[in-house]
Design a protein around this ligand. Structure first.
Ligand code: AMP
Ligand code: MG
Length: 333
């Protein structure tokens, strides 16, 4: 298969290009597109064959359900059988935006989307290209991240091509994604909202809207939301997450490894990254994609502070890491 790339203006996408991409989606084809979190790999969510081809292109296990994207809250009724009060409150506050809400699914939603389960995960993205594309397609769009399964998520069109060139029909290149990590996922099917995957919308922000939120994965939640499984979001180069990145860097270097560190103010060869959690998230995957192309044996990443505003970044780093070294004399932030 030949993968085409169309450049689109991220603020005012050309309607003619959007119409072509939407037509491909209606024909059952795969189109990667930018959202405010990461690039998604879209297919018509109501077409089981099209959705199955997402899993083939990504090498994704069919047990991992995909998020359905809508252009407006009013389209939720096309995929959800119920829209609980908590879901309505969260959508009113955070949509369009990086929040995915799990609710009971409507009968017409194919098993391919929900991994055979009774619920569907719905999100309304806040990106002009995503919005225009979903609207023009006229159908809900199933879209996991546009990368090979377990690998790093893409925040640039070139990252999408690195993993999926020749496996999908089209990439809409709308430049870098501003959010940088995947959406927050919550389960709104029970009496208390449960956080399934942390993201830029923090537990604290959710609690301001719906009161107490359950966090910490229970076993059932992990099975139902495999983004929570340990191995995910990983570069090919082994990542060591260390409280004392310089000490770990030196130890590995002395052992003969070619090492690069990522942190804010280190001594040994390192790439600096923001000490602001939103900026850090926006840059993280692009930096890791880049370092993965370098000739390193190990990437050492300095563990960010253990505070709620860093929870999403720490979650992704922990899953990217093959080793987590916490021996550190510094106090926790
Ligand atoms: P991604 O592949 O990066 O788009 O991630 C999608 C995330 O949403 C994964 O962690 C999925 O397991 C999760 N997800 C999708 N549908 C559901 C669902 N019905 N219930 C719980 N989690 C879901
Ligand atoms: Mg993914």
């Amino acid at each position: 298969m030949n993968t085409e790339t169309f450049r689109v203006d991220p603020v005012n996408p050309d309607p003619a290009i959007i119409a072509q991409a939407a037509e491909l989606l209606r024909e059952g084809r795969l189109v990667a597109f930018p959202t405010e979190t990461v690039y998604g790999l879209g297919a018509n969510a109501l077409d089981p064959v099209a959705v199955r081809s997402i899993f083939t292109a990504k090498g994704r296990p069919s047990s991992n359900p995909v998020i359905v994207h809508v252009a407006e809250s009013s389209q939720v009724g096309n995929v959800a059988a119920e829209w609980p009060e908590t879901a309505a409150q969260l959508a009113a506050r955070f949509w369009p935006g990086p929040l995915t809400i799990v609710v009971p699914k409507k009968a017409g939603v194919p098993d391919e989307v929900t991994a055979g389960g009774p619920t569907v995960a719905v999100r309304c993205p806040n990106h002009p290209v995503a919005h225009a594309l979903i609207l023009a397609a006229g159908v809900p769009i199933a879209a996991p991240s546009a990368n090979r399964s377990t690998e790093l998520s893409p925040t640039r069109a070139e990252h999408v091509l690195k993993g999926l060139n020749g496996r999908i029909d089209l990439v809409l290149d709308g430049g870098p994604c501003t959010g940088g990590i995947e959406s927050t996922v919550v389960d709104a099917t029970g009496p208390v909202v449960r956080l399934l995957r942390p993201g830029l919308i923090t537990a604290h922000m959710l609690e301001e809207v719906v009161g107490r939120v359950e966090t910490g994965a229970n076993h059932e939640a992990v099975v139902r939301s495999p983004g929570q499984m340990a191995k995910h979001y990983s570069p090919k180069t082994p990542v060591v997450l260390a409280a004392d990145a310089d000490a770990e860097h030196k130890r590995l270097r002395d052992a003969g490894f070619r090492v690069i560190s990522v942190g804010t103010d280190l001594i040994w060869e390192y790439r600096s990254i923001s000490d602001n959690p939103q900026e850090y998230a926006a840059d993280l995957y692009a930096l890791l994609h880049d370092l993965d192309n370098g000739n390193y044996d190990r990437i050492v990443i300095e563990m960010p502070p253990n505070t709620s505003e860093w929870a999403a970044v720490r979650d992704r780093l922990t899953r990217a890491a093959t080793d987590v070294i916490m021996n550190d004399s510094r106090p926790d932030a």
